[in-house]
Design a protein around this ligand. Sequence first.
Ligand code: GRF
Length: 217
Amino acid sequence: MARLSVAVLISGRGSNLQALIDACFDPAFPAEIRLVISNRPGAAGLARAARAGIPSRVIDHTSFPSRDGFDDAVDQALVEAEIGLVCLAGFMRVLGDAFVTKWRDRLINIHPSLLPAFKGLKTHERALAAGVRFTGCTVHFVRPAMDDGPIIVQAVVPVLPGDDEARLAERVLAAEHQAYPLALGFIARGRVKIVAERVEISGLGGQHPHAVLNPPD
Ligand code: GRF
């Protein structure tokens, strides 16, 4: 079976990109990363793409007078590379409605909280301030509203006594690195269906449409 052709959009460190690269390194994994796009020239993730022999493009948002111009350049690069699915991985630009509509159901994101809690930035700081006992991460389809859209995979991470932002972020990041390849694998195997804006994943025994990686004891 042909592997799903994937692009990963980054802005920085690229540790989630690395998790996806590592998953795709297995020839039995049903997806391959054909393109990495960064909106920041200095993004550390670009070196990860180079090491893996994956073509990358820098599309610097500061060189476009409008958001639409930037979005169109990204779209063109994706079309040229015949991309079937776009994974946002620490991509710090909001994509416009036209782009999101064009790539609807072929555009996914990872967010470091259990959505719909803690949308936006500083998720761990806010989770600690709220005193939640569990947080985690969410892989979801992208919709025009920020950090919104049908949930594919969530991973639960406990907040431990004495946690600070750095410790919690590290634990959540480790969960992200499991959740993203898991979600990509579900999609690439054709197991994901969106029904009335909720994700159904076939082969999970009909128990629950979302996968929990680290359920609480
Ligand atoms: C991750 O925590 C991701 O959930 C968020 O931005 C961070 C990116 O980290 N959207 P990395 O660049 O993948 O290491």
